[in-house]
Structures are given as C-alpha cells and as structure tokens.
Design a protein around this ligand. Structure first.
Ligand code: NIG
Ligand code: FE
Length: 404
C-alpha cells in the first residue's frame, strides 16, 4: 500500500462548501491501495499499519487532486496560425469564419487525416498535457461533420482511453457548425445528426456526452433543443457551447435540458445565471478562448455569487484556444474572471469532475476515490497563481500509478 508523505499543503477539494472551500490539510499524507485512496489526513495521524509501506516524499510541496480539463477539442487536423495573426490585427473570429476560415478550415484538414494520424497527434498532446498535472481530459469531436469523420475522431478518443493512463472522456459534437455541403440545406444536416450520427455514437458507445454550439452563427436555440432532446433520449448527456458570442438563451436552454454543463458563457444573461443555479448546471469558463478571440472575458464572480458552480477548462482547439495550458487558464480565471486561487482550484478539480459527471470517481482527494493527484512545486494555491510560471508539476499519479 503506497504512501505519499511529507505534503506541506494538501487541498482535498471536496464537493462540500462553496467555490472557495478547498479543505486544506497541513503536513499531510495519503495512502492508497491499487487505484483507490484508502487514507488521507495529517501525517502524524497516519495509522501505524501504514508506517512501513513504500513511501513517496512530497518534500513539503503542495498536493492537489489531479487536474481535470473538462473541455477540449483534442483531435484535429492542421493548425490556423494565419487566423491568429489576422485577429491580433483586428479581424474578428466571426469575420474570419464567414470568410471560410474558422471551424470549417479545420474540418477540411481533419477529414484529410487518417484515424492513425489523428491518434498520433492527439497522443502527443496528451503527453504534454500530463506534464501540467492533468490526469483527466474531456475530448470533443466536431471537426468531421460526416458520419464517417465524426466516428473517426470519436474512435481516436476511444483508443486513447484504452491505451493511455491519463483518463479520456468522449463527447460527440456533430452539431458544431453546418458543413459546406449542407450550406443551402441546414435542415438536412440537422436530420443527419439526429437520425444517423446520434444513434451510431450511442450504439457504439463512442461518447458519453452530446455537445452543441448554440449560437446565432451556428445552431439556434430551437435547433439545439431538438438535437439535445434526441441525444438525451439516446442516452447521451447534454452539454452546450452557450452564449459565447451573443446572448441567445443558451444558458437557459442548458438549465431546461438539465445539461451537465454550459461552457463559455461570456454573454450570459442574469436570467441565465439564475436558471443555471436553480438547475445545478456547472458553468465552465474558458478564459483562453476569450483571450485569443479578443473578446471580453467572462465575469465568473457574477456566476459564483449567483450560486453557479464554475469549472475552469482550456477549450484547447486550433482556432479560438490553441493552448492546452490549464494552469494558465486558471491564472486568467483569477485575474480576468475575478475568482480566488482557491476558487479556480476547485474549478479545475471537483467542479470540472461534475461538468463531466465523474465526481463520484475523481476531482477530490478522499477515501474511496481514484488515487489521482499532482505534486506542485509551490507552498499553496495563492502562490501558484500569483507567481505563475510553467512546468511546476513535479510528479503526478493516476489511479495510484506514476503518470509523470
Ligand atoms: O469552443 N465555439 C465553438 N467552438 C470552438 C472553436 C472551434 C474553432 O475555432 O475551431 C470553441 O471556441
Ligand atoms: Fe469549445
């Protein structure tokens, strides 16, 4: 039964308490058996039967639950650095999309790539993501937009889930945008999503969630409701890209659909905040996306104060958020979203677990949960976010095994 001892500051990050309650323990230790935590507490209270077990030394550093990136678009073909250069010079994300760039340019590249090519590229990203202290990653399709290409991306995630120690959770995002071959017949594409893609994804168990880009420029609220209702009936849990560019009622729809999460939310209305709080929908802030699209960042404070649990994720994709640095997203959620370091830590652990319905299993350091944790080279969360720099994860464990 291995032990992690000499932990200077342990943040348990239990679900109980508010956004800022991380349940710290000083001078702590953790014991686990196989993949499951069997004991956690102050080291001086460590039961004597554990004392001679194999021990890892945390060297008085901070230990947190393995970070969870609950929103990524991990598998994609190509890159779009040209769009980045255009945006920093004043062209908007929507203008670029309307001119044929944006999501559709990645769709073109992703369709060209084989399953193995997408797999290799995504596996490479995961290796780097793990170095940040991340132990679980949600991954969306949405750059295929044909039955064959959507299934191809989801199969990549399924294979990664089987092959890699880092945990992968798959989400179907066939309703990301209308593909070019359906541009004059959007209804037919929506029918394809509902009648062919969703049943196939559910039947082959290729995803647990169905996401949608609910936005004037993508899918209307009516269309989103229809797609998500069908997804739910097929056993997929709804998620939404909501109120990112315009305030269009996405948060309200997320509450109505009892979605696991509504993500982005930069343009959320007060009624949307109230509806999400009442329905217990997790709000996911994606500060790298607003940063890279030069949009006003989400005021997370308003959501937290309004009773919404806020998770923090990267939105890693080749367009609006070409960085997978979750601690950087957390730092931005502090500085721009007005959350405290403790609040963003809960947002990247237990609330992120709730956004992907895995909070029974991961997201906090508690007896009975998976032994997922990261040793960070700082004394506490405040110092981590304040003196922000990369590469601060010294070691991480997934299911009790060394991930890095
Ligand atoms: O989450 N908003 C829609 N989808 C992605 C962007 C994808 C892209 O630009 O390729 C997002 O920001
Ligand atoms: Fe996204």
């Amino acid at each position: 039964m291995p032990i992690l001892r000499n932990i200077g500051f342990l943040a348990m990050c239990k679900d109980e308490g508010g956004q800022g309650e991380i349940h710290p323990i000083k001078n702590a230790a953790i014991a686990w058996q196989d993949d499951t935590i069997s004991w956690v507490g102050t080291e001086s209270d460590l039961p004597s039967e554990y004392k001679d077990e194999e021990a890892f030394d945390a060297k008085e550093k901070m230990v947190i639950p393995g970070l969870i990136d609950c929103h990524t678009h991990l598998a994609f073909g190509g890159w779009r650095p040209d769009e980045f250069a255009m945006r920093v010079q004043g062209k908007s994300y929507l203008e670029i999309a309307k001119a044929g760039g944006g999501i559709l340019s990645t769709v073109k590249e992703t369709r060209k790539d084989s399953e193995d090519e997408l797999y290799e590229k995504a596996a490479g990203f995961l290796k780097e993501i793990a170095r940040l202290g991340v132990t679980t990653v949600e991954c969306k399709s949405g750059y295929g937009l044909t039955v064959k290409d959507e299934l191809k991306s989801l199969r990549v995630y399924q294979r990664l889930a089987e092959d890699q120690l880092i945990q992968i959770v798959g989400t179907f995002l066939g309703a990301h945008t209308i593909p070019p071959e359906y541009k004059d017949n959007r209804q037919a594409y929506i029918d394809l999503v509902i009648e062919e893609m969703i049943p196939e994804v559910a039947e082959q168990e290729l995803a647990e969630f169905c996401d949608i880009f609910a936005e004037e420029s993508a899918f209307t609220i009516e269309e989103s409701r229809r797609i998500l209702t069908n997804a739910k009936a097929a056993g997929l849990t709804p998620k939404l890209h909501a109120d990112q560019l315009t305030s269009c009622g996405g948060a309200e729809l997320a509450a109505e659909m009892e979605a696991a999460s509504a993500d982005h939310l930069e343009k959320i209305s007060d009624a949307g905040i109230e509806a999400m709080a009442k329905a217990g929908v997790v709000g996911v802030t994606l500060p790298l996306a607003s940063l890279y699209t030069q949009e006003e960042p989400l005021n997370c404070r308003k959501l937290v104060d309004g009773g919404v649990e806020v998770a923090v994720a990267t939105d890693f994709n080749p367009g609006s958020a070409p960085s997978f640095d979750l601690p950087l997203a957390m730092m931005l959620a502090c500085n721009q979203g007005r959350m405290s370091p403790a609040e963003v830590l809960k947002g990247a652990t237990i609330y992120a677990a709730k956004a992907i319905k895995k909070d029974i299993q991961v997201g906090s350091i508690e007896k009975g949960k998976l032994a997922d944790f990261a040793i960070i080279d700082v004394p506490n969360p405040d110092f981590w976010m304040y003196h922000y720099k990369g590469a601060q994860c010294l070691r991480s464990f997934k299911k009790g095994r060394k991930l890095i």
